[in-house]
Design a protein around this ligand. Structure first.
Ligand code: TYM
Length: 327
């Protein structure tokens, strides 16, 4: 049987090149090799402070970005999480076998609450819902950026606990992380990952940014005072990050980029990085403008119905396994 991949994105706006290079590029690539399911995880987006009208808008915008990047509804399934009640139901079932100690170790919860997010129960149990997303569809592979590894470990752990207790229901999924640019760093602080929620817009390049904004952001990226372009994440984290971004966008190995740009100064190098990013994003930006919101809604409605049918079949197996078979 064809292997299944599943992945998700929070519709919180500010989709950036980290999301693209760490995850979405693989989503598009892998839809030809796998049975692919992609989900706009709107229930997850409710775990931090949000505005309902804004969520409505960003759900559509996120889907539109994914379609513009090349997620193809004829080759993969795209839908929003809230249309499929099985996610929340399975999350509840899995939560009954999640030790508190596992959740206490989650770095994302610690980071988000340290940054000022309210420490609500939904944010705390976020990894359980994420495990449910993946296991609901019996996924084998989960294409994500490096920051999601810990959550995938929890998913594997919960799948094993469930299978040991109730029988062999879930495949044990694996993370699929790109070799390069699995963790694109912030342009204002190369020690922190590029993030949608960073209060500084200068810290990231958005997929829908105009070309002159992209160039400005990359020109102002924090680097160091030694003008040699060289890959060294400890001594030159800012330049190393730009090298990774450029290598991912052009396909040129980092070594040959270093050969080409080692001398000549940071200005010339940064302009070349900006050119590479602008060229990489241009086709998707053009497709984005051409897409109609009505058509995007149709894709999501259709995707939601199909995903729900599949999830219902799978969930009846889970219900039976845990002693909740329908009468
Ligand atoms: P989210 O919405 O934060 O990010 C979407 C995807 O982008 C990747 N990513 C990055 N990759 C490289 N460098 C970065 N700076 C960077 N920032 C983000 C993320 O790794 C992710 O793959 N918890 C998930 C959403 C989710 C999910 C799931 C993912 C919910 N359920 C089930 C996979 C499977 C999240 O918040 O992603």
């Amino acid at each position: 049987m064809q292997q299944r991949i599943f992945s998700g994105v929070q519709p919180t706006g500010n989709i950036h090149i980290g999301n693209y290079l760490g995850a979405f590029r693989n989503w598009v690539k892998l839809q030809d090799e796998y049975d692919a399911i992609y989900c706009i995880v709107d229930l997850h987006a409710m775990t931090t402070d949000y505005d309902p009208g804004e969520l409505e808008k960003t759900r559509i915008e996120t889907a539109k970005v994914l379609l513009a990047l090349g997620v193809d509804p004829d080759r993969s399934l795209l839908y929003t999480q809230s249309q499929v009640p099985g996610h929340a139901e399975l999350a509840w079932i899995l939560s009954t076998m999640t030790p508190m100690g596992v959740l206490n170790r989650m770095t994302q919860f610690k980071e988000k609450t340290a940054a000022g997010a309210s420490s609500n129960l939904g944010l705390y149990s976020y990894p359980v819902l994420m495990a449910a997303d993946i296991l609901l569809h019996r996924a084998n592979l989960v294409p994500v950026g490096d920051d999601q590894r810990q959550h995938i470990e929890v998913t594997r752990d919960l799948a094993e606990r469930f299978n040991n207790k109730f029988g062999d229901v879930f495949p044990i999924p694996e993370a699929h992380v790109p070799e390069r640019s699995a963790r694109v760093m912030s342009l204002t602080d190369p020690h922190a990952k590029m993030s949608k929620s960073d209060p500084q817009p200068k810290s990231r390049v958005l997929l829908l940014d105009e070309s002159d904004v992209i160039r400005k952001r990359i020109r102002s990226a924090v680097t160091d005072s030694d003008p040699e372009v060289r890959y060294d994440t400890a001594a030159k984290p800012g330049i190393s990050n730009l090298l990774e971004i450029m290598s991912a966008c052009t396909g040129s190995p980092i070594d040959s980029l270093v050969d080409e740009y080692a001398a000549g100064g940071y200005g010339r190098f940064k302009d070349a990085v900006a050119d590479a990013v602008i060229a990489e994003l241009a086709p998707a930006k053009e497709r984005f403008v051409a897409l109609e919101n009505g058509d995007v809604r149709d894709v999501l409605r259709e995707g939601g119905m199909r995903a729900n049918e599949m999830a219902e079949t799978y969930q009846s197996e889970v219900r039976a396994a845990v002693g909740l078979k329908a009468f």
